[in-house]
Ligand binder design. Structure first.
Ligand SMILES: CC(C)(COP(=O)(O)OP(=O)(O)OC[C@H]1O[C@@H](n2cnc3c(N)ncnc32)[C@H](O)[C@@H]1OP(=O)(O)O)[C@@H](O)C(=O)NCCC(=O)NCCS
Length: 215
């Protein structure tokens, strides 16, 4: 059995930790964090800063997953981990439904009751949050967050660093551009340009600068 180190010990990490434990396939799970998080209520030890992870000798039977909600921060840590030779884990909650023909990238977490249907492709270092649905033939790029209860219709394309808010919906074949932020409850009918923030039903663009950190 391998052990797992989660990089990031905030609220999102608490959920990821529960998933790692529920999977029952890790000998041990521990955390590292570069701040001063209060981990007293978490059932896993805080080993110290990310240096503990990044200085582990290569070939160790230990995987890592970045448990940080912000897409940019998560990407930075993920790339640093890969550069240091750390092995990324992929976490899938036992209650999630993942088609055998779907592909889930390294470093991605699929949370409880999420559904990923046939031929969907999810990139690296993504979050498919609790109860989200990714329909058949969707293409989700790296470092994306699909929020709790969000739904992607068939054939939707999500570009890197996109954040889909709680309960947001993208209709079939919609395309959401790089780093766009889709507000909670928003319904995307067709296309959202890169760097836009969209809200409402149907989606209207309220900003062209990313403002939502994903936390
Ligand atoms: C879209 C979002 C990022 C906008 O945040 P913001 O840039 O701080 O925007 P503001 O709060 O200044 O709102 C800008 C306008 O959009 C409206 N608005 C904001 N969020 C909205 C939403 N989800 N649905 C409808 N309208 C929304 C505001 O009422 C405001 O309208 P106005 O200009 O007519 O007054 C944020 O509201 C949101 O929905 N975040 C999603 C959070 C989430 O789901 N996280 C997942 C955690 S796991």
């Amino acid at each position: 059995m391998k052990s797992l180190i989660l990089w990031g010990a905030g609220g999102h990490a608490a959920v990821v930790l529960d998933i790692a434990v529920a999977m029952g396939c890790f000998e041990s799970v521990a955390l590292v964090d570069d701040g001063r998080p209060d981990c007293s209520s978490l059932p896993a030890p805080l080993l110290g800063s990310s240096r503990v992870l990044l200085s582990m000798p290569q070939g160790t039977d230990c995987q890592f997953l970045v448990s940080i909600g912000d897409n940019q921060d998560r990407a930075r840590c993920f790339e640093a981990g890969l550069r240091a030779g750390c092995l990324p884990a992929t976490l899938i909650h036992p209650s999630a439904v993942v088609s055998p023909s779907a592909v889930i990238g390294r470093g991605t977490v699929v949370m409880a009751r999420a559904v990923i249907n046939a031929r969907a492709v999810i990139g690296q270092n993504c979050i498919v949050n609790t109860g989200a649905v990714v329909e058949h033939d969707c293409l989700v790029a790296d470092h994306v967050h699909i929020g709790p209860g969000a739904v992607l219709g068939g054939g939707v394309q999500i570009h890197p660093y996109v954040s889909m808010g709680l309960g947001a919906i993208a209709l079939p074949s919609a395309v959401i551009g790089d780093s766009a932020v889709i507000g909670a409850g928003c319904v995307v009918l067709d296309a959202i340009p890169a760097l836009a923030t969209a809200v409402g039903v149907p989606a209207r663009i309220v900003s062209r600068v990313p403002v939502y950190s994903g936390q």
